[in-house]
Design a protein around this ligand. Structure first.
Ligand SMILES: [Ca+2]
Ligand SMILES: [Ca+2]
Length: 254
């Protein structure tokens, strides 16, 4: 049974071992690991303490929150082994939609760069134009943010690491990004990638169970996109940093 419970943010930080930053007395916002968490009840300042709804923060951190009526207690459980599925039973055998479909790097490059000028998704602001958004999936980088900022597939977005993609706030952000992409004329499809396609594959399965049309970049960014190993005809695909500037190709040490 769910019940909204308020909890001291200081105690929350200690219990959940996470960084929760609170700003502004009025219109107080919550950030969990750099991502804003929105709740139906805003944080409030009471005397010299800030009270926040624990469910939204805890769930953003990958925890389950239950209200135990008998004990009159809030029960918070940190997911560990099943953090990808977040407590759900794996319906892979019943629901074929969650099966991961792979997309090859060369095929992804082809749809992102229709005019083959090396400028991917060049319908973006500040680009020359020439590519079609109609055949483009929403490309989502599921590595750590610092890895995304160092270099990513041009046009790809970052929301969270793969392990946290199914957290309610991140899932909502992903769905909103997909809706925006589709509203602009893009394909109703998500392509996830990580370094090797392993963790993104797990995330793709979970997102598929959420009803999203998800594919996984076969062999991932490091192997297939950067072409550091002989696998599936690796390409040496364009990259850009967090500001959108092209990143020169630098082969990884073997
Ligand atoms: Ca292009
Ligand atoms: Ca295209």
């Amino acid at each position: 049974m769910k019940k909204r419970v308020f909890f001291l943010v200081l105690a929350l930080s200690l219990v959940l071992l996470a960084t929760v930053a609170v700003a502004n007395v009025e219109g107080i916002k919550m950030y969990v690991n750099g991502n804003e968490v929105k709740s139906d009840v805003p944080p409030v300042k009471q005397e010299n303490r800030v009270l926040v709804p624990i469910r939204f923060v805890a769930e953003a951190l990958g925890c389950d929150v239950q209200w135990d009526e008998a004990k009159n207690a809030v029960v918070i459980t940190k997911n560990s082994g099943d953090k990808f599925l977040r407590g759900k039973n794996d319906p892979a055998q019943q629901n074929p939609s969650i099966h991961t479909n792979f997309v090859k790097a060369a095929d992804l490059l082809a749809v992102l760069d229709d005019d083959k000028d090396g400028d991917l998704c060049d319908y973006r602001d500040g680009h020359s134009g020439g590519d079609s958004i109609a055949n483009d999936p929403l490309v989502v980088d599921t590595r750590l943010k610092k890895d995304y900022e160092t270099g990513h597939i041009p046009g790809a977005i970052w929301i969270s690491p793969a392990e946290e993609i199914a957290a309610p706030a991140n899932l909502a952000a992903l769905k909103e990004a997909l809706e925006t992409h589709v509203a602009r004329g893009g394909k109703n499809e998500i392509v996830l990638y990580c370094f090797t396609a392993h963790t993104a594959g797990l995330a793709a399965g979970v997102l598929g169970a959420e009803g999203l049309n998800v594919k996984n970049l076969r062999f991932g960014y490091a192997i297939a996109w950067e072409g550091t190993k002989q696998a599936d005809a690796p390409i040496y695909g364009p990259r850009e940093d967090a500001s959108g500037k092209p990143v020169p190709y630098a082969p990884a040490a073997k």
